[in-house]
Design a protein around this ligand. Sequence first.
Ligand code: ADP
Ligand code: MG
Length: 392
Amino acid sequence: MQVEARHWPTIREEPDSSLSLAVGEGVTGTVVRALAEGVTPPRPFSVRAFRSLPTPPPGERAITVDQTNHSVIAGESVVVKWFPRPSRAPHPAPDLLAHLSGFSRTATPYAAVYWEDALVALVTAYLPEARDGWEWCVDEAEAGRTAFAAELGGLAAELHLAMATSSPVFPDPVRLSPAVQAPEAGHDPARDAAGGAGAWAERAEEALRDALSLTDGEDGAWLASRAGELRRELAPLATAGPTPLIRIHGDLHVGQILQWRDGYAVVDFDGNPTVSSAAPGGGAFQPAARDLAQLTTSVDHVGQVAILRRNADPGRIAEWVAAARAALVSAYVTGLADAGRADLLDRSLIRPFEIEQECRELIYAARHLPRWRYAPMGVLRTWFGTDPAFTK
Ligand code: ADP
Ligand code: MG
């Protein structure tokens, strides 16, 4: 049985050969019902199914929180994330969702929908009463509560343990990074993709350079005055020894952790939009410390949001951030150790990856969201001080 093409989204090929997608009223519900009934999609659409999908009740409504893509809830039971600008480049999420089939702390994945070779939608279960971390975690900051942090650390550990467990999709899920590469050896694309000390140091240095050149005004001058200190914090990346690599989430901040009726869940396996997988150090296999560093810095960002938007006291927020970070990392380390996988975390990489992350936040702010700059700047000023005596 075939469904009529007019019930599916419209894809347009632009003159520069990029794709754009339009989803008309009612299309999400129709597509989800077609998937549930096992209907063959109209060519050139195709479906990769992860689990069989229960037929949802009628009705659909769009999710309205800040988001990169366009998510629609069908029948209050299924979420379809449509990609408005589908890409033909390989997308990490479908393989990760298939690999994580035994991991329960995410929205159950049902299917990936393609148009030719471009991913156009991901279909997952709807988590009732879900609120994302830019809401619930800011409430915790304002109230000074830190019990959530141990839960988040435990969740991140569970995610990484699942990533490190072999499956038919990734039979070899843990690799060792190559040893330090002498700078004079030049670039070898395979080695760059594999990562390792040289490639990560180069990637972080590039992020620092971009952050410095894209951040203007007083913030830019302050940042330039701290460039030496930032660089010193990145130094361990250049000499890191061989360390285990796994597939990571890649964009693990509190906004991707939903608090819902039954607890916490991690969503959005699309990877980091600011990092090219072809760039040095940008390969799919990464140290677990990269996800952990992004998660801990996002707790700092929540603190900045609470100060700006809820008028929270900066001194109390500093204490809250310190306590939450400590509890998060400690629960994460315990989670790995309890499973006999303490080796997955190389602690010497956390701090340098945190510094790189703050540079990436500044780059993101400069390129996409100028009003976000206060958050990474606030964090960096807390870390590196505002005492004018330090300013060159
Ligand atoms: P994007 O790529 O657009 O950031 P996400 O997958 O992060 O998309 O989803 C955006 C938002 O939609 C989330 O922050 C959350 O508020 C909501 N959301 C996503 N998935 C679900 C789900 N399975 N159940 C309920 N809400 C969800
Ligand atoms: Mg997201």
